[in-house]
Structures are given as structure tokens and as C-alpha cells.
Write a protein that binds this ligand. Sequence first.
Ligand SMILES: [Zn+2]
Ligand SMILES: [Zn+2]
Length: 343
Amino acid sequence: MPHPETWLKVLPEGLFCEPGGFFIDPLRPVDRAIVTHGHSDHARPGNRAVLATEQTLAIMRARLGAGVGGSLQALDWHQSLTLGDVRVWLSPAGHVLGSAQVAMEYRGTRAVVSGDYKRTPDPTCAGFEPVPCDVFVTEATFALPVFVHPKPEHEIARLLDSVALFPERTHVVGCYALGKCQRLIALLRQAGWDKPIFLHGALAAMCDVYRDCGVSLGDLRPATAAAKAALVGAIVLAPPSAISDRWARRLEDPVAALASGWMRVRQRAKSRGVELPLVISDHADWNELLATLQDVGAPEVWVTHGREEALIHAAAGLGIRGRALRLVGYDEEGEGEPAVAVA
Ligand SMILES: [Zn+2]
Ligand SMILES: [Zn+2]
């Protein structure tokens, strides 16, 4: 049986499945791309053919417009397809709406590329499903033992406690437009916050895509159209770059919050002027990464974007052979958004 190393290769365009003739999340335009999810570092414009989940294609259409690519093909969960000599299917990755792992079988060996993923349940997307395989390709964004994410419900409770404590102020929560924003809204609704949630204009389009895909988000209103007085005691969501700039200063005595796995690092919160850091991540934390390696049972793991060395070392302790995949161009800082949004 051919080892995946012989048929799954790192090329300048990205990870290439040679016998299948396709790239996964290519960094440059290619003939045939399989896209794991809609974050801009994974879903780039200009590919001639794109295969992805229906939700990911909807996200890509909304973000990229006419640049989305040539022919678009949607694949349902677990629906398999033969490309060249390779059987391919998609399984949920639990990262954002539509996010998928790409499973590939070639001559009796199976490799799974997980894209970005998390294991904590998320009301806005299908949960991660471990796919047993021979080689598992994993991200390593938070692959250090210090990264153990608290329960998101706990962080939402901290936000609501602060809102109750400072009813005369406006809470402005920084979050990325795809995934984090909608997850925050859904978590707030689950926690019983049924008042309107106000949105910075940059967040509206993705919320519309989620709604079109059947995710209910409740009463959302544009923040810029609201009177300053209407935002007192309210929760406003905005891109991270907006929470401490001029845009936020028009709010009433704003409390700057930011939802990100990086908020575990106090210094990052401080340097960005974040008063209320919320540790809510759409990436697996250290324990989730290790649990996933054990769940998929692969004797070999290939590690990409993040702290490769630490995870490879820990994998060795579990008897799993590790290899750092030198793929550059994926964002490790912004949880999937352009690096400019992150100070
Ligand atoms: Zn990523
Ligand atoms: Zn992502």
C-alpha cells in the first residue's frame, strides 16, 4: 500500500493529492480545489473548479462574489466522490458553518485533512466527527499546554455579569465576522439574552448567510443606525479592529471586550486595550488536540499552522509519529481572518 507521503504532497500552491488531481485549500489559484471552510486564508478566489460543502460555497459566494471560481460543486456530508484514483468525502470539522475535514482513500490507505477544527459543541455548526485514518493532518493553532479553553458558557456568563454590573455602559465585543460572531450570538441566546443584539456593518453579511442556511440568530440590528441612547446597556458586536477605534468611541462609555482563544494570554488583551477578555475559541485547545489524535487512531500525524513542535513531541509520547508540514500562508493569529485585523 502506498504511504500517503507518496501521494499527498506539499507544493508551492498548497497540499496536493496527486492521484486525485486536486489541492486542498490552495494558496494560489489552481485547476481543482477542495476547500475545507470559508475563512479567507483557506478559501481563496480564482480556482477553476471548487468542491466544498453547500454552506462553505454560500460563504464563499458572499465573500468573493464573482471571484469565487469557475465551476462550484457541493458535496453533502459523507457523500463520496471519485476524483482520479481517489475516493473523497467530507466530514464535519466543528469549526464554523460548513467546515469540513477532507477524507481521502487511495489504494487502501486513508488520509484525513482536518482543516481547522474544534471539539467543543457549537450551536451554529455540525460537530467534529473523528474519521479513523492512517495519516491525520491537524492544525496546531493552540498546541501548547497553556492553552486550555474554558467552557464558552462560562465566558458568556462573565459577559452577562458585566452587562448587569454596568447597565449605564455599552458592551462592545470584538469578534471575527465568520463563525465567532454567529457563535457568540447563539451562545447569548442560549443564555437567555433575548434583547436585540447590535452589529457593526462589517458583520451583517455573514449573519445573513448563516440565517439563509437555517441558523436562527434572533433580533439583530445595525449599530450605526441606532441612537446612542438605545445602545446603553446593550451588547454590540464589532470586528476586533473596531473595538478601540473611533467607531467605538461614539458608544456610551464602552466596555471593550474581545472573544478569542488568544485572550488566554493576558498580555495580548492588555496591549489591545481589552477590558473584558473572553476566551472563546473556534480552534481545538491542547487537550482537544491530544484527544483527537487518540480518537482518529492514526499512527502518523502531520502538523500544520501553529506550534508544530510541541504537538509532535506530545504525539510521540502517545506512540504517534509526527511530521511538521511546512505549509505557509495560513493565518495562526487571527483565527481565520486577515492578519491586518489583529494588532
Ligand atoms: Zn486556519
Ligand atoms: Zn478557520
